[in-house]
Design a protein around this ligand. Structure first.
Ligand code: NAP
Length: 322
């Protein structure tokens, strides 16, 4: 019988950490989840998926090389999924130093420990479509030139290049998944779709008058977190390490998402207030990717129905907000 594999997931308390854990548990992995600081919030999303008790949580500051080294030498994971990050573009404009510092040094620490001490450990890095900025030609593919336009995007571009360097120069099995926006009922409220749905449901229930939003005349490629985490695992099972774009393959105006949510809940769109102070300093107008490489080389599949994700998120919110 094959030995049970161990996966170490940083950012276990986040949306993707929870869904990836669920997926890997179904594949019979032992899972160690890393958090900066343990509290009841750490396991909120795992609890919602009913898997809290199946995961071993460890506290570790990924910026502290010595304690990270100690933990990794002790656990010797077969696979590391690095999902921890300051992951909000908006917040990164307020906290550029903290964002760039954490999102780059944490990756370097992990890669360096693998290079020196754990040559058989495979590494997945959560890269982002934000790295591309405004591009001349759509769809974006794995060869599109990086043009990051926020502190978050710069931090992700830098760590993305480190993953490539460690793969090509040090032969570490390191992969980047370049994920476009993906959502689920586990999404936090500081992200557009969840903020929109929470606000709309609160209006529906008479708990709030209006909903203040930023620029709706931009387009993004949105997908389903549950399907996207499967690609992370597939990358680390491939014969050789590589980078892959994971996306739906088409973009949607934020205004169309707002219309769908308000129509679904049958509420008046006059309750939306556009506040220009929410507009980003450097806004990407339209972005979508090509998922052909992942489909061809990983056999990853995606059926591209974002409205069904929105419906689930609205129904969940209707149950949660009273
Ligand atoms: P998330 O829900 O924000 O979770 C990320 C986790 O990272 C948090 O639960 C937190 O865990 C840790 N973290 C947050 N802020 C931090 C900070 N300032 N310093 C250190 N750790 C911090 O993210 P996600 O949506 O699951 O996404 C997972 C990864 O994919 C992230 O790296 C994100 O940047 C990337 N990504 C996401 C999307 C998307 O659409 N969701 C798209 C492209 C790329 P603890 O507090 O427990 O330590």
């Amino acid at each position: 019988m094959n030995k049970k594999k161990t996966a170490l997931i940083t950012g276990i308390s986040g949306q993707d950490g929870a869904y990836l854990s669920k997926y890997l548990l179904e594949k019979n992995y032992d899972i160690i989840g890393i958090t900066r600081s343990y509290s009841s919030n750490t396991t909120l999303k795992l609890r919602k998926l009913g898997i809290e008790n199946q995961i071993k949580i460890e506290e570790c500051d990924l910026l502290d090389y010595a304690s990270l080294l100690n933990l990794l030498l002790n656990k010797k994971p077969d696979e590391i999924y690095n999902l921890a990050a300051q992951s909000s573009v908006g917040l990164s404009f307020n906290q550029p130093i903290g964002t760039i510092q954490f999102n780059t040094i944490s990756v370097l620490n992990l890669l360096e420990i693998i290079r020196q001490f754990l040559p058989n450990t495979k590494f997945y890095q959560a890269s982002s479509s934000e790295m591309f900025g405004n591009v001349a030609h759509l769809p974006i593919n794995e060869n599109t030139v990086l043009n990051p336009s926020s502190p978050y995007a710069i931090s992700k571009a830098s760590s993305h290049m480190m993953v490539k360097l460690y793969r090509e120069s040090y032969h570490v099995f390191s992969c980047s998944g370049i994920l476009f926006n993906h959502e689920s009922v586990l999404r936090d409220e500081n992200f557009f779709v969840k903020k929109l749905i929470n606000g709309a449901v609160r209006i529906k229930k008479g708990l709030q008058e209006n909903l203040v939003l930023g620029n709706l005349d931009i387009k993004r490629d949105f997908g389903n977190s549950i399907e996207y985490v499967k690609a992370m695992h597939m990358m680390l099972q491939a014969d050789k390490p590589d980078d892959f774009i994971i996306c739906s393959g088409k973009s949607i105006f934020l205004r169309d998402i707002v219309d769908f949510v308000f129509d679904f809940l049958q509420i008046d769109k006059n309750k939306i207030i556009i506040d220009k102070s929410f507009f980003r300093p450097a806004e990407i107008i339209d972005i979508y990717g090509s998922n052909q490489k992942a489909k061809n080389l990983l056999n990853w599949d995606y059926d591209n129905d974002f409205n069904s994700v929105l419906k689930l998120m609205i129904e969940d919110c209707m149950n949660e907000i009273n």
